[in-house]
Design a protein around this ligand. Structure first.
Ligand code: IPM
Ligand code: MG
Length: 373
């Protein structure tokens, strides 16, 4: 085994962000000690917390720290305190700025159900059979990054948001999705609104042309309205879903609900090979839960295990942590959001402590560690 040294930038952000990232960092530390790796964590201000401390949601220092890191762990951002600020100066602008500055054009959101949590899915069990897919959302273009205008007052007010894609932008994210599908069940579903939108027409043409390079991958195209319905009707049909920035934002919340709670789903945002990727739970900052020790840390912890696999090539380490989580869930412990009616809910810190003691109970064997990257 080659012990790894990695620098991880930690952006706790707002609301429940700091508590869930703390849990993920503790578990990454346990992993480093168990496997002989060394992770250096550098905490940096971001989002609303950075507006309060430094006057901007993405301070220079934070951007530079992220660029210099091997990977970035982010909590969550935003809250009512900053909602009155103009659009481009709010905490969300920090997140969009970071995505843009680091050119994080791929966003991966794995929809995997934990066996012990199938009962909390809003879908009937038989519909969940075989449900295990990934959403790949384009993250650096689309209506998110076109010009936004809001002019005038009252009934004369007018607003517009420009949606734009170039073929090159579509192709680079589509290529990643094809590669991903090729390594999985070889099915790619591209989601667009090509019956109405020009950007979607370009999207579909580009994906169709690229498909020729991947003859082993079966490609379907769905309109986004139908895709939203199919995710509920028959989620097992999906392997890799590829879609644009706005549709991906919406469909990934819907798909997360299938897993039982949005609090469980991690994400990776990445750009070119060799550049630092960013890992964050897809849930928001949940300001009403902040500081009450009720938030579920699993979205953040699964973001950490995704980091171990995707950025550091540490598959065994990642599996070791996820197996401990499954054992804690099997023994019936839950945070409030994932508790079944009448079930026992513990606080976020006790839940994390239980995972950590499971990690101690089944120590990592040196022979089980990953190859490293
Ligand atoms: C997400 C979030 C963000 C987005 C917000 C916070 C800007 O909803 O990561 O899904 O819309 O991309
Ligand atoms: Mg979202």
């Amino acid at each position: 085994m080659t012990p790894l040294r990695k620098n991880i930038a930690v952006l706790p952000g707002d609301g429940i962000g700091p508590e869930v990232t703390r849990a993920a960092v503790d578990i990454l530390q346990d992993c480093a000690s168990a496997f002989g790796h060394h992770f250096d964590f550098r905490e940096l201000p971001f989002g609303g917390a950075a507006i309060d401390a430094c006057g901007a949601p993405l301070p220079e220092e934070t951007l530079a720290g992220c660029r210099a890191s091997d990977a970035i762990l982010l909590g969550a951002i935003g809250g009512p305190k900053w909602e009155a600020l103009p659009l481009g100066t709010r905490p969300e602008a920090g997140l969009l700025g970071l995505r843009q500055q680091l050119d994080l054009y791929i966003n991966l959101r794995p929809i995997r159900l934990r066996p012990a949590l199938r009962g909390i899915s809003p879908l009937r069990l038989e519909r969940l059979e075989g449900c295990d897919f990934e959403i790949i959302r384009e993250l650096a273009g689309d209506i998110y990054f076109g010009e936004h205008t809001l002019r005038g007052m009252g009934r004369d007010a007018q607003a517009s948001d420009v949606a734009a894609y170039s073929a090159a932008e579509v192709e680079r994210v589509a290529r990643y999705a094809f590669e991903r599908a090729r390594a999985r069940k070889r099915r790619l579903t591209s989601v667009d609104k090509a019956n109405v939108l020009a950007t979607s027409t370009l999207w579909r043409q580009t994906v169709t042309a690229l498909a020729r390079e991947y003859p082993g991958v079966t490609v379907d195209h769905l309109y986004v309205d139908n895709a939203a319905m199919q995710i509920l009707l028959r989620p097992s049909q999906f392997d890799v879903i590829l879609t644009g920035n706005l549709f991906g934002d919406i469909l990934s919340d819907e798909a997360a609900a299938l897993a039982g709670s949005i609090g469980l789903i991690p994400s990776m945002s990445r750009g070119r090979d060799g550049e630092p990727a960013l890992y964050e739970p897809i849930h928001g900052s949940a300001p009403t839960l902040a500081g009450k020790d009720v938030a579920c840390p699993l979205g953040a912890i699964f973001s950490a295990t995704l980091m171990l696999r995707e950025s550091f090539g540490l598959d065994a380490e990642s599996e070791w942590i996820e197996a401990a989580i499954d054992r804690v869930l099997d023994s019936g412990f839950r945070t409030a959001d994932i508790a079944e009616p009448g079930g026992r809910a513990v606080g976020g810190s006790e839940f994390t402590a239980r995972i950590r003691s499971e990690l101690k109970a089944v120590p990592a064997g040196r022979e089980r560690s990953g190859a490293g990257a």
